[in-house]
Structures are given as C-alpha cells and as structure tokens.
Design a protein around this ligand. Structure first.
Ligand code: FMN
Length: 171
C-alpha cells in the first residue's frame, strides 16, 4: 500500500486545515493510499513513507521552526522519496505575491523537493496573541479567510498525477 505523509506546522489552525484538505484529495486521487496528517513537531517514523508533503504557515517571512526542523532532521530519509512543500501566508484579496521565501527554497533544495506552492492564508484577530495583533495592526494586514480551496485542490491533484508517474511509488 502507498503511504503518504502530510506533515504540517500551524500556529492558529489555517494551515492545518489546508493539510486536511490536501489529505482528502490525495485519498480520493491515489486509490488505496494510506494518507496521514501529522504535526510537523511529531512526525513519527518516516521510514515507511512513499511520499511526503511538508507544509507550514509563514510568520515574519519564515516557516515555523517545527517544519524547518523536520526537513533538517530527516534530510537523509526525505531525500529518498518524492517530497512537495506548501506554505500558507499571504492575506488580502487578491493576496500579495510573497517576496522571498529563499529559506524554504534552500531547504527544499537540500532534499530535492519536487515543488513548493504558496497558498493564501487566514488572519483572524480573535485567535491572535497581543504581540501578533500589534504586528497585524502595524502592518495594516487585511484580516479574513483568504484561503483558495480550488487552488489547494487543483495543486494536490497535480501532485497526485506526478506521484502516479513515478515508478514504484504507488502500489
Ligand atoms: C504576526 C504575524 C506575522 C505574519 N507574517 C507573515 C509573513 O511574513 N508572510 C506571509 O505571507 N504571511 C504572514 N502572516 C500571515 C499568516 O501566515 C497566515 O495568516 C497563515 O494562514 C496563518 O496560518 P496558521 O493559522 O496555520 O498559523 C503573518 C501573520 C501574523 C499574525
């Protein structure tokens, strides 16, 4: 059976929900696959995974530490399987382009990641701590849920198609 791990780092739940949506699409598009969503901080044993997707929310231009550390600690294992990266960050309608996620690009390079997709995110002031609310006010960030579910689903379907074309990955 094909085992796919979706490992996610999320502070306020928006990226976690994106990971759940990705997993749902993968279950549908890769028949018979076991698809698990796990917290990037506790990814468990990656040895049995045939493919891995790693995602994180973006805060102050960076991935959350749990997602960065997962890639760093499991570099050897991740280099042996197909890996895709995703991020959730930009807010607004339309969301602004993300300037520079050089760190994520570099991390992906160390494991030969097949792609990195940035999705629009969600900002709900009621969920934020005072320091975060201060940053949001200071940067005049638009608040709301800007996640594009069509974009999430179609990217995941592309991943499933790519995965099916890699010999030995889907069984
Ligand atoms: C304090 C703060 C800083 C943020 N910094 C960025 C940033 O640098 N770039 C970006 O695209 N989004 C940024 N965001 C938006 C979040 O990444 C976005 O809301 C994301 O969907 C939150 O995901 P989560 O609920 O999984 O934590 C920031 C949000 C907050 C509250």
């Amino acid at each position: 059976m094909t085992t796919i791990l979706v490992a996610v780092a999320s502070r306020h739940g928006a990226t976690d929900e994106i990971a759940q949506e990705i997993a749902e699409v993968l279950r549908r598009e890769v028949p018979g696959a076991a698809v698990e969503v796990r917290d990037a901080a506790e990814p468990g044993d990656l040895a049995g995974c045939d493919a891995v997707l790693v995602g994180s929310a973006i805060y102050m231009g960076r991935w959350l530490p749990a997602a960065r550390h997962l890639v760093e600690r499991h570099r050897a294992q991740l280099s042996t399987v197909p890996v895709w990266l995703f991020s959730s960050g930009p807010v607004g309608d339309p969301p602004p382009p993300v300037d520079d996620l050089a760190e994520v690009t570099a991390l992906g390079g160390t494991i030969g990641a097949r792609g990195h997709r940035v999705f629009a995110g969600r900002l709900d002031p009621a969920e934020l701590g005072w320091a975060e609310r201060f940053v949001v006010r200071a940067t005049r960030s638009p608040v709301g849920d800007f996640r594009d579910h069509d974009a999430i689903r179609s990217w995941t379907a592309e991943v499933a198609t790519e995965l099916a074309a890699i010999p030995g990955t889907t069984r």
